[in-house]
Design a protein around this ligand. Sequence first.
Ligand code: HEC
Ligand code: HEC
Ligand code: HEC
Ligand code: HEC
Ligand code: HEC
Ligand code: HEC
Length: 378
Amino acid sequence: MKARTLLSKFLLTTMTVAVSLYMIPCIMAADVENCDLCHKYSGLGRIDESGKKHLYYVNEVLCQQSVHRKIRCKECHSDIEKYPHSNLKKVDCATVCHLVDPSTDKKFSHANMIEGYELSVHGKGPEDNLKPHPEDLPTCTYCHENRIYQPVSGLADDHRGVAQEILDRCLGCHEDEEWTRFFYDHFTHRLHQRRSSERMVELCASCHEDEELMELHGLIVTGTFHDTFHWQAIKYGDPNAPNCITCHAPVGYSSHEIMPSDDPRSAIHKDNLVRTCSNQGGLQTCHPNATTAFAQGRVHPTRYKTGVFETKMRSFQSLFANPVTEELTGLEYYQHLILQLIKYFYMILIGGLISFMILHQLLDYFATRREIEKGGLH
Ligand code: HEC
Ligand code: HEC
Ligand code: HEC
Ligand code: HEC
Ligand code: HEC
Ligand code: HEC
């Protein structure tokens, strides 16, 4: 009770919390439930016992443009009955809302997605047999906030914004602008990748580069991705560069159904790798001529040493020291050797080149001085 009064002290204090406002899913301006009576105040927030800031402000304008704009607050926050509301449950994304899917005439919810997601590697496992540390797994809201519609302006690129010319065409037949605009947004929003590849890597890496967390789950950390050509290509904005989802949920897979590599349904199961690398039928051009041998290369190079996962390739190591003798197959050892040889070749080449250049400059310097002393040069 005491904590509660303490908390309510913090209530309604104006805070400048620099969080994106559309983090909070929401609804229409004509707020029939009157939630905006209080939630329209940008200062509505509190600081909890652990010092964490909560912002309860809901921006109506942004709400109006978001993917959930047709859903009423209480359809998601179904347990709000009194003010102040106490002990609200987390929103369940499987809740059925008033929308009807026009393709099936069934009441709409994300239940089918959740079902698929629960079977993926990020699922928590069956109720009676939860995976160890289920709290480490990403939840729906970890990856998704209430997105603002970001329609593409031209179908050929991913430039954000409405192409008035295209909308004008729709309006030529459909006279109600609001209606038409809604469907225009609905479709075009989905015609491009919503998260940039860099942001996607950041999202997955927020867990998969956390050494402690990954060790707990017996997984390698994927930090070496930043050493790869794939990452360089992303950084330089190559539209064909793969991010985490491109390979782990390629064409024909749902983004939610990532499976571990030993599952035959997984895109990275050894039998499916050629298809994943070649990405036939996908929007991106990857390695159309990929062969089985090609697909064997390690995407996330790592070395396993006495129980500790090493995430950074060491800059220098003995040519024949096999860091993972007990882990590498004959072929992998051979590949490792070739890689090391190439590395040595370049190290010697570059080292030699720089040394000779320095030597050349020095000799040149002394020669010039000698000439000056001899009086030959002025
Ligand atoms: C009379 C003012 C008032 C109205 C009306 C109101 N709220 Fe709130 N709401 C608050 C305050 C104050 C808080 C923050 C304190 C708290 O946790 O109770 C809050 C917090 C919340 C939270 C966050 C709770 C948490 O602990 O995370 C949700 C969700 C919420 N409101 C939803 C709604 C919805 C949906 C409606 C409309 C059906 C609504 N509110 C109407 C005042 C109001
Ligand atoms: C599509 C479902 C959905 C709708 C519609 C929705 N919310 Fe939420 N809301 C969520 C989810 C999910 C969260 C994250 C917390 C959780 O999981 O319970 C949340 C969180 C909040 C919070 C707390 C933010 C925090 O930091 O804890 C407030 C306040 C809130 N919503 C208010 C509203 C109001 C007011 C409306 C109507 C204008 C609304 N919501 C409509 C799903 C929804
Ligand atoms: C690990 C991150 C992650 C988690 C967790 C996750 N999703 Fe997704 N979700 C994605 C990605 C990636 C996409 C593909 C579209 C994109 O890039 O936004 C997607 C797409 C979607 C879409 C389609 C959106 C659209 O506009 O086309 C819905 C709906 C969705 N997810 C719902 C859920 C629900 C419900 C959950 C909880 C069971 C969930 N997601 C959990 C990453 C995630
Ligand atoms: C040449 C006229 C014309 C143009 C241009 C046009 N539409 Fe339509 N649209 C129609 C007609 C007629 C129907 C009903 C057809 C039917 O039911 O088979 C329709 C149906 C629809 C529907 C389905 C509505 C429902 O509830 O079944 C949507 C959504 C839609 N149009 C959106 C758009 C968008 C967005 C654009 C612009 C990109 C557009 N239309 C351009 C004539 C047009
Ligand atoms: C070019 C395709 C590709 C990209 C991009 C990619 N992966 Fe992978 N990933 C694979 C393949 C193939 C494997 C199987 C093992 C291997 O080859 O290293 C794998 C394995 C994994 C594993 C399992 C490791 C284990 O212990 O079994 C995780 C976790 C993982 N990737 C996460 C990620 C994350 C996070 C990203 C983004 C930073 C990412 N992957 C980007 C293809 C890819
Ligand atoms: C909130 C943390 C979190 C986020 C975000 C996350 N993961 Fe995971 N991921 C995990 C955990 C924990 C596991 C281990 C699950 C288990 O033990 O069954 C895992 C397992 C995996 C595996 C299976 C490895 C194997 O072979 O067993 C892959 C592949 C993977 N994640 C890819 C991704 C990709 C791609 C993304 C981004 C879209 C992502 N993860 C985002 C926490 C996360």
